[in-house]
Design a protein around this ligand. Structure first.
Ligand SMILES: CC(C)(COP(=O)(O)OP(=O)(O)OC[C@H]1O[C@@H](n2cnc3c(N)ncnc32)[C@H](O)[C@@H]1OP(=O)(O)O)[C@@H](O)C(=O)NCCC(=O)NCCS
Length: 184
């Protein structure tokens, strides 16, 4: 499955990462605030370069376990990324994720980009269920999940060792039939 790029939303373009995206990508991936609830710390230039290199090829899904990684573009600037993991072919399960440059948060752009990824997941990949997970302290993230129509299915207590301490996990999900009902 390779979407027909660029994907267009009201205000954004979603497209595969390109070699020239380093400065924009590093601008937000090197920000400690952005990484607070992500695995890993603020990226060094070398780590951002490696991330960009890996992301360049993540523009299609050919087998389960792979991630689709797309640049979120506003007026020629990459302001963040959205991802869709093909979790299981047999069970038609996926997972979405998103990261935005703080300069562009609070304007509904993450929601717009995530909605486009849900569309890809349900309409192109024909997934049955798409999940999203976050740390309960990451309120902007779970509030976005709720704006996307996702339901909180689980609150796992101390389910992982996160940055040196036990961390909880929220699991949100949306079924294809719920997505279709919301579209209608
Ligand atoms: C999670 C994250 C992507 C959410 O970004 P966001 O910009 O808050 O999310 P949205 O796109 O849904 O924007 C919602 C906000 O924009 C506001 N907004 C302004 N104009 C809007 C519009 N036209 N449409 C929708 N919302 C709009 C909403 O009112 C809301 O504001 P509020 O949070 O004060 O209520 C962002 O916090 C982030 O990148 N965090 C760091 C990385 C991270 O933790 N990722 C998640 C890992 S699980």
């Amino acid at each position: 499955m390779r979407p027909d790029y660029p994907l267009k939303t009201d205000r954004l373009l979603l497209r595969p990462f390109e070699p020239g995206d380093f400065d924009d990508l590093h601008a937000y991936r090197s920000n400690p605030e952005v990484c607070r609830y992500l695995y890993g710390e603020a990226a060094t230039p070398e780590e951002s370069a490696e991330r960009l290199e890996r992301s360049l090829a993540m523009d299609e899904l050919t087998e389960e376990g792979q991630w689709l990684v797309l640049a979120v573009v506003l007026d020629d600037e990459v302001i963040g990324d959205v991802v869709l993991k093909w979790v299981s072919e047999q069970h038609r399960q996926g997972e979405v994720g998103y990261t935005l440059n703080p300069a562009h948060q609070g304007k509904g752009y993450a929601r717009e980009a995530a909605e486009a990824m849900l569309k890809v997941g349900f309409e192109e990949l024909e997934l049955h269920r798409i999940t999203a997970i976050c740390d309960p302290r990451n309120e902007p993230s779970w509030r976005l999940m709720e704006r996307l129509g996702m339901r909180r299915e689980a609150h796992f207590r101390e389910s992982e060792m996160f940055k040196g301490a036990w961390g909880d996990t929220y699991v949100y999900a949306l079924l294809a039939e719920e997505y279709e009902r919301a579209q209608a």
